[in-house]
Write a protein that binds this ligand. Structure first.
Ligand code: GLC
Ligand code: CA
Length: 556
């Protein structure tokens, strides 16, 4: 009979209400996961059919990027109806089936909630446009008169994250140029006014709608942006960066909102959770999002942006555990998502490469994908050993690189058009997944259609090829996830062992984790290697590789 701990480990949904503290959560990007009806865009039925592969991989939960009704100007992050499914993805019944199937497999399901803005096609925004300045309908969004003698200038200097002004002037119902509305993202993504009790109430209803459909939690989009300085002062552009607090990022008013949401989730006793997408720094500030009465998790982007260097990584790991630990929250560990250049490519580039706006055809980069993959595999063993909860972005487990040579005309990220092609944006990490080497669209569907073209070289990275190759990246993830459970690493205590300019090493859950950052092989200490990111060379750990050892010293 297996030990109790192993039995519990095989049934994530059966675990306690605090499952999220140690969970490995797989991000599904619905457009690109699997396409059941063959129109070239992934869909809910495709995801349901792929759940078996995710269960086999060994993750505990999935997070689905938005599948709600949407004109798809920002790949679904422009929501026109929060309680319905976009026809390109399927129906509510399809989602019910997905949730049921996932739960039957022991996988929790987290959905994306986009509260900072809606689509301009949302009925609420259309009602605001049709109503007069100063009306309650306008008060749900952020409408203001312009500056200048005829209101011809935007209310302030705020810039859209996607480029260009964050304000757009409307035509009033009588056809004359009138007020401006705020959109921190695309023109078609108007920001809500979160001081409005009406807006707050609508989102409580939306949370309830999905909670009662059985979702296990929410990833909260732009969780740091809901509270705007009501005086709308100009932004100090010289200080502007995703991490810089300003008149709209990381302001204190957001916390009241999340307290209310938390109280609502706590009325369900079976472990519903909230995870903040909050680009705030330092980690002590981010930890304010996960105080006991607020969210359960926040994405640790400081970890994601840390360069491949032992002391830099040691510092961010130590600081994360201490900042989140101070408020009783687990840290999360994130290596990639649908907004950033894929890990293998990132780690194959010189560390000073500017990746903030994506890379493409004309970016001058010196890229070494062999080094990138080697380091990505080592980074994976490092990450999956850390105490807390880890996120895996679809395709990471296949070692997919960023697609750099997407033809200009195929690009879809609004950033690309808003900046006239100056910023490539995020399409390169969103290309449909390869499932099988010898089928059309590599098994993404059966027709060969794909909303972004897949590189021919992805044949070799297809899931079916990797499943039967014990040296593949897929098998590495699978084995690491299995061992992570067996040794309860997510709930383990980390103690540092050795950190130098070339080595990072610590103990956790009875294992010793060693990462070799040097360019020469490293002699390993006594102990049994249970997994390594590259084959050992005469018993030594090769450059840019990592290993987990049963720590004989700790066992003794
Ligand atoms: C978040 C999402 C990103 C989206 C933006 C606007 O950063 O992750 O994909 O474009 O919010 O909703
Ligand atoms: Ca489809």
């Amino acid at each position: 009979m297996p030990a109790m701990s192993e039995m519990a480990a095989t049934s994530p949904a059966g675990r306690d209400a605090e499952w999220w503290r140690t969970a490995v959560i797989y991000q599904v990007y619905p457009r690109s996961f699997a396409d059941a009806n063959g129109d070239g865009i992934g869909d809910i039925r495709g995801i349901t059919e792929g759940l078996g592969a995710l269960s086999e991989l060994g993750v505990d939960a999935i997070w689905l990027s938005p599948f709600y009704r949407s004109p798809q100007n920002d790949a679904g992050y422009d929501v026109a109806d929060y309680c319905d499914v976009d026809p390109i993805f399927g129906t509510l019944a399809d989602v019910d089936e997905l949730i049921a199937r996932a739960h039957a497999l022991g996988l929790r399901v987290i959905v994306d909630l986009v509260p900072n803005h809606s689509s301009s096609e949302h009925r609420w925004f259309q009602e605001a446009l049709a109503s007069a300045p100063g009306s309650v309908e306008r008060g749900r969004y952020i409408f203001r008169d312009g500056r200048g003698s005829c209101g011809e200038l935007p209310p302030n200097n705020w810039q859209s994250v996607f480029g260009g002004a964050a304000w757009t002037r409307i035509l009033e119902p009588n056809g004359t140029p009138g007020q401006w509305y705020l959109h921190l993202f695309d023109t078609t993504q108007p920001d809500f006014d979160w001081t409005s009790a009406w807006v707050q109430d609508r989102f409580i209803e939306i949370l309830l709608f999905w909670l009662d459909r059985g979702v296990d939690g929410f990833r909260v989009d732009v969780a740091h942006g809901l509270d705007k300085d009501q005086g709308l002062p100009d932004y100090d552009a010289t200080a502007a960066s995703a991490f810089t607090p300003g008149p709209y990022w990381g302001r204190p008013g957001v916390h009241e909102i999340y307290r209310e949401w938390r109280a609502l989730l706590d009325t369900y006793s079976d472990g519903r959770m909230l995870c903040a997408e909050a680009w705030v720094s330092p980690l002590e500030s981010l930890a304010e999002w996960v105080r006991p009465d607020q969210m359960h998790q926040a994405f640790n982007f400081e970890y994601l942006v840390t360069r491949w260097h032992p002391t830099a990584l040691r510092d961010v790991i130590r600081d994360s555990l201490s900042a989140f630990g101070a408020v009783g929250a687990p840290s999360t560990w994130v290596l990639s998502n649908h907004d950033v250049v894929r890990l293998v490519t990132r780690l194959g580039l010189p560390t000073d490469t500017d990746l903030s706006h994506g890379i493409g055809r004309t970016t001058a980069v010196s890229l070494d994908l062999t080094v990138g993959l080697r380091r990505a595999r080592a980074a994976t063993l490092l990450t999956l050993a850390l105490p807390g909860s880890a996120y895996v972005y679809q395709g990471e487990e296949l070692g997919l690189p960023e697609v750099i040579d997407i033809p200009d005309g195929a690009r879809q990220d609004p950033t690309w058009n808003r900046t006239n092609g100056e910023r490539f944006g995020r399409d390169g990490c969103r290309v449909p997944l390869p499932w099988t080497a010898s089928d059309p669209a590599f098994g993404f569907n059966t027709t060969g259609a794909a909303w972004l073209p897949q590189p021919a070289g992805w044949r070799d990275l297809a899931r079916d090829v990797q499943r039967t190759d014990s040296t593949s990246t897929l098998r590495l993830y699978q084995e690491a996830l299995r061992l992570r459970r067996v040794h309860s690493l997510g709930g383990g205590e980390l103690t540092w062992h050795d950190v130098s300019d070339s080595v990072l090493s610590f103990r956790v859950g009875g294992l010793r984790v060693i990462v070799n950052f040097s360019q020469t092989a490293l002699e390993l200490p006594p102990g049994r290697v249970v997994v390594s990111s590259a084959p050992l060379e005469a018993g030594a750990l090769p450059a840019d590789s990592a290993a987990w050892l049963i720590d004989e010293e700790a066992v003794a």
